[in-house]
Design a protein around this ligand. Sequence first.
Ligand SMILES: [Ca+2]
Length: 336
Amino acid sequence: MSKLTKVIIDTDMDFDDYMALAYLLQHPQIEVLAISVTGCGAAHLSKGVENLANFLTLYSDETQKLPILKGANAPLRYSNVFPANVRQGADSHYQATFPQENRQANIYEAQAWLTDYFLSTSDKVTVLSIGGGTNFGQLFQAAKTDKQLQTGIFNAIEQIVMMGGNLTDEYITPGASGNILDTLGDNPYYSNAVAEWNIFIDPLGAQEVIDSGIPVTLVALNATQDVPIDNDFVTQLKRIQSPQAQFLSEVLDYPDNKEGIGSFLSFWDPLAACVITNPDIVSTQPFAICIEQAMNEEQDTSGKLIVDEVDGTKINVAISANKSLVYETYLAVFND
Ligand SMILES: [Ca+2]
């Protein structure tokens, strides 16, 4: 990367969103322009916004004033939700300590801010989508009947990098199965074995993102499963004395997170963030993709990625990742 890349981040303020945010906020070649928050993922909306505002106090005065965009309260389709313990962990920011309350926070309504921005900007931006497709899906839906907004969006957004989805083994080897049941444990209130959470939470929002006409790279579970968060990574992170790295260590020390280190936690959102700065850390392949929209409560497949050469939209899917290069890339920004 030679020039500064401008990024708008859309987040659900899960544990790994802090990792992705910290990476991009710290990266010398990235300029974060605004951060939108969705209330349909891990954290509830007001908590997510508050946590993000306070998280920014780990950074400069200028960063503390970044536009924080309060987004959706509900998905565009269905009302799928994360388990209560996941939401509690996110709402409580994993009991990690923010330096202070952010008294300079600039909080805006997401659709209004994004609409004004894309109607007036001459920036070229990358969108990092790490909280499902609802906020940007809603924007793209509005743009279908607003030519000026549509043009503004097309001129401004160069690419969308989205963490989400998985290609099962009917399409690729090795395939990746869904991650809904993994999270539900002994209380599987959904039957879906084929979808990934960001897509499952709002299959229509994700479809709108894919169909936006903007180049999309989907950082799928096929790639993230190559990069587990293991003890070696955590040890390296803990050695870094910066307040940002120490904050992330605290997040990973939260009991439900700690339990997953070396087992069920992956570099989900931070991998997508690293793909913006270092696309070569993953292998991508083009696929024509549709997202299953139908819900079936007995044997649900909603949110499944379907490869469909006729009706699908061509996007790039990250299908594998180089773990040691990912760790190195990620940790380098904190070590500098
Ligand atoms: Ca997330």
